[in-house]
Design a binder for this molecule. Structure first.
Ligand SMILES: [Zn+2]
Length: 173
């Protein structure tokens, strides 16, 4: 199945990118593009209460593990094919990406303009492109490589998907 969404990643002409942009979830959230590489973000277009479903995750396609994919099973990865691919990582996330119910859920009260972020190791065991986190959270874990590289104590602070819970149990057994 084809990937139906192109993530505009390296931005030199912000005005042109904004001009061409059509939100995939109008009224719910939208991409705020910034110049440079990997500087864009996804923000809420309205307020959400903690625990509220922001959207169902639909229109995905299975594919290989890559920097844009999301792990949905021990050996399964999908492409989101929507603006959700712009959700950045935070060690103090505002949403969970629940791959069991295929929903994006607010984990704090959100207001319009708030950044939608999730904790990447909540779904990713061993990431395609590890990076160093500068999110500024009190308990920032710094090295974001996937749940495989984090203790169960650290992981217990976060929402985690069932395949990650299973992989952690197997690792620690
Ligand atoms: Zn961090």
């Amino acid at each position: 199945m084809p990937v139906t969404y192109t993530k505009v990643e390296k931005i030199t002409d912000v005005a042109a990118v904004k001009e061409a942009y059509k939100p995939t979830h109008p009224g719910l959230f939208e991409v705020v593009y910034s110049e440079g590489d990997y500087n864009s973000k996804l923000v809420a277009c309205k307020s959400y209460a903690k625990g509220e479903i922001i959207c169902k995750v639909e229109g995905t396609t299975p594919g290989p593990k890559r920097y844009t994919s999301v792990q949905v099973a021990k050996d399964g990865h999908i492409e989101l094919n929507s603006d959700l691919v712009f959700m950045n990582h935070s060690c103090n996330p505002t949403v969970s990406l629940d791959t069991d119910s295929m929903a994006v859920v607010a984990v704090v009260d959100l207001k319009e303009g708030d950044n939608l972020t999730f904790f990447y190791p909540s779904s990713e065991w061993e990431m395609d492109q590890p990076f160093t986190c500068w999110c500024g959270a009190d308990k920032c874990v710094k090295s974001i490589q996937g749940a495989k590289f984090l203790s169960s104590e650290v992981m217990s602070r976060y929402f985690t998907t069932s395949h990650i819970q299973q992989l952690i149990s197997e690792r620690d057994a």
